[in-house]
Design a protein around this ligand. Sequence first.
Ligand code: ADP
Ligand code: UDP
Length: 237
Amino acid sequence: MEKREQLYEGKAKKVFATDDENLVIVSYKDDATAFNGLKKGTIVGKGVVNNRMTNMMMQLLEEHGVPTHFVKELSERETLVKKVKIVPLEVIVRNVSAGSFSKRYGVEEGIVFDEPTVEFSYKNDELGDPLLNTYHALALKLATKEEIACIERYALTVNRVLKEYFLTLGVKLIDFKLEFGKTADGALVLADEISPDTCRFWDAVTNEKLDKDRFRRDMGGVEDAYREIFKRVTAKK
Ligand code: ADP
Ligand code: UDP
């Protein structure tokens, strides 16, 4: 397998073509952004943590019946994945109130929900990823009814599996964002990443934040938080 030209450079990752048209290489950077790119910075070592942690989570989820884009970890920062056409929906699952949920509905952070919530945002940077519902997603032809139902089922399975897994590491999974894509043969698979950039993790005892909120909110200890969550995940293995 040969690495070819860069296809895309995003805020946190680069995507490269390979000599197989159905496979791409994702390369994780230390670049960090927040608030739709308004805040920019570097989190030293983040790319390594996010690459390796994502791959471990993808493999765990495959074991629980969730198909993913993961193929093979190539190095600290690079992974071979199935090339997909990303469904332009950010799928957000929440177990506890935080972030934009708290802001939007005027409630404190830390309220534990009886049932997880699933919500969608339209993945569109120019529009600032606006919240939308299933009717809107169908009207905009972002996905079919069947695909949306499947995405919702997978997202709830991901939540069940990861919530339980992180609890064994002394970590509460507060909320997270998923992206799904379609492979060349039309299969819907979990894509992108699962990392402290895309999840909120709180220490189960102290509620200390072990995720990107430390960067978003200028709390300090950002690198330490990424190191700590990574240490727990790798110690478990
Ligand atoms: P952004 O585009 O939001 O700046 P990233 O820096 O993470 O985000 O860039 C990675 C891009 O690659 C994202 O647009 C993501 O949707 C896309 N992507 C993730 N997994 C795959 C895949 N398996 N095939 C093709 N594209 C993917
Ligand atoms: N999230 C993400 N990318 C986004 C928006 C949200 O990875 O573009 C993740 C975020 O890390 C958190 C969850 O989705 O774990 C819910 O985020 P929220 O809607 O509360 O938005 P935020 O507070 O990050 O603006």
